[in-house]
Write a protein that binds this ligand. Structure first.
Ligand SMILES: [Zn+2]
Length: 395
């Protein structure tokens, strides 16, 4: 019998040696929304937001910046994991003018909030690492702000293109990625955690639904069909993936480290006629990187994989080159105790969300950062390097 009390026993790694490199924090904005961040009123009404609140252990009636801060510190403090990377998410900037437009973002969290407010709590001071976020669309200030984050100890740079309006095909975005390749002292790279593929957690900026395709590194006829059906704005929906990929390669050739979030996999299905997938192109990047084709290096994270829908990918994940995967949970995205057996899974989370019957959601008992680690350790049994690979990137 596996030891269910030890979140990392199947892969023989000490949880205190593990860094969870993908943990989201948020703010509703009842204190200083223009300084620290907010959730928009529209976003708070969505099913996804309500699900995240449940997983974060926050009752809807108790939502406040102070409650979120307290609950975040509690889950990190009580986890057996050594360190967690708390992710900022810079707000929207107009990509042409560089103007700041935070009110168009449905969710944003400043670097300052994580560095000064969360990390200052004595309970978690030694556990929280800064996952910074600076939009490359903040054209005049990008380099200065990245330098500031590095001085604050940032261990990575997080971009979620669809939520931030970042078009990887833009020249100034390529220049920003190239800058990250040497942004740390000694001209070392600040790793870029790049969301890749489908996205359901954080909406696109107000009136910019088409931006969901900005996360895509590949584009197929079935993608065109899906997006015509869903968005009915076919012409606006075709991403310039050739240019986006050539910009990524330019950054990799300059020495950048790029971590493709979720391995680019879809969330709900493996059917390419129903949902976009970037898994194939991410696999190609990892293989090319493992072959030494770039001066920099590619990784992919295995965050948000402890769910039944992504189970069909497990065998393929295990075939990816060793030392290209890093561990993250994507807290507070749902985590399931897959190892407990099908009878205890949800029959269909998607149906629960669609029907709005969120009270049917059963949250696993125990610390959810530990549950996530425990489940992924079972998937990567005997592969401790997956859970400690990120440690080599923070020095
Ligand atoms: Zn995430």
């Amino acid at each position: 019998m596996p030891d269910r009390t030890d979140p990392a026993s199947p892969c023989r790694v000490d949880p205190s040696d593990v860094i969870d490199m993908h943990v989201h924090v948020g703010l509703c904005g009842d204190t200083e929304p223009m300084r620290f961040g907010h959730f928009s009123a529209e976003y708070r009404k969505t099913a996804a937001f309500k699900v995240f609140l449940k997983y974060a252990g926050i009752k809807a009636g108790e939502l406040s910046d102070e409650t979120i801060r307290r609950k975040t510190i509690e889950v990190i403090d009580q986890s057996r994991i050594g360190k967690v990377v708390c992710l900022a998410l810079d707000h929207y900037f107009d990509s042409k003018t560089g103007d700041a437009e935070p009110c168009r973002s449905h969710m944003w969290v400043s670097n300052e909030y994580i560095a000064d407010r969360l990390r200052s709590d004595p309970l978690v001071r030694d556990k929280i690492l800064l996952g910074a976020s600076v939009s490359p669309n903040d054209r005049g200030n990008f380099q200065r702000r990245v330098d500031e984050c590095v001085r604050e100890g940032a261990v990575l740079m997080k971009w979620l293109p669809s939520a931030q309006g970042i078009n990887l095909a833009d020249d100034h975005v390529r220049n920003a990625m190239v800058y990250l390749a040497t942004a740390k002292p000694g001209a070392r790279p600040l790793p870029l955690l790049l969301h890749t593929g489908s996205e359901y957690a954080i909406p696109t900026p107000t009136d910019q639904e088409w931006m969901v395709v900005l996360n895509y590194l590949s584009w197929s006829d079935s993608d065109a069909r899906i997006h015509k059906r869903v968005l009915d704005r076919e012409n606006l929906c075709v991403p310039d993936v050739a240019r986006a990929n050539s910009n990524i390669e330019a950054a990799l050739n300059a020495g950048a480290v790029i971590i493709f979030a979720h391995c680019g996999t879809p969330y709900f299905t493996t059917n390419p006629n129903l949902e976009h997938s970037d898994f194939e192109i991410v696999k190609t990047y990892l293989a090319r990187s493992a072959n030494g084709e770039f001066r920099g290096k590619c990784y992919a994270d295995i965050s948000a994989f402890a769910i039944p829908f992504r189970r069909p990918f497990f065998d393929d994940l295990k075939k990816l080159p060793s030392h290209t995967l890093v561990y993250g949970s994507d807290f507070p995205v749902p985590v399931f105790e897959l190892s407990a057996g099908p009878a205890e899974w949800f029959d269909d989370l998607w149906n629960i969300i669609k029907s709005g019957k969120l009270d049917r959601i059963v949250i696993p008992e125990g610390n959810l950062l530990d549950v996530s680690l425990s489940e992924m350790c079972r998937v990567f049994k005997g592969r401790p390097e997956v859970f400690t690979e990120f440690n080599g990137l923070i020095s």
